[in-house]
Design a protein around this ligand. Structure first.
Ligand code: FES
Length: 127
């Protein structure tokens, strides 16, 4: 049912944890399954995502997509991170079963929320 890559990220997730002084935090939940995902970002002054961590309480696909998205985002610019779609996350994992595609939405949505939080905090600092 799951690809080898999904199983690898699920059993050996990368970048698990929290960033205490995160520049942006995004949390999303899925009402149907009750899964929750939180993403923390640390960004340099020249807009490069230096660190990203996650905490996910959810299914194997939710954990695997969280882990995969952290690897996809680390070292990218904010603008590049905005471009990452749930489809790309699923592709990175070699595909997900159709009934598990919403799990990859969770990862992409949590990332976008963290990016929005980051931008809001930066805007507030400038005021
Ligand atoms: Fe809820 Fe996967 S079943 S995110």
């Amino acid at each position: 049912m799951y690809t080898e890559k999904v199983m690898d990220h699920f059993t050996n997730p990368r970048n698990v944890g929290e960033i205490k002084d995160a520049d942006g935090i995004g949390e999303v939940g899925n009402m149907k399954c009750g899964d929750i995902m939180r993403i923390y970002l640390k960004v340099s002054d020249d807009d490069v995502i230096e660190d990203i961590k996650f905490r996910t309480f959810g299914c194997a696909a939710a954990i695997a997509t969280s882990s995969a998205i952290t690897e996809m985002v680390k070292g990218k610019t904010i603008a590049e991170a905005w471009e990452i779609s749930n489809q790309q996350v699923a592709e990175e994992l070699g595909g997900l079963p159709p009934n598990k595609m919403h799990c990859s939405n969770l990862a992409a949505d949590a990332l976008k929320k963290a990016l929005r939080d980051l931008e809001a905090k930066r805007a507030a600092k400038k005021e």
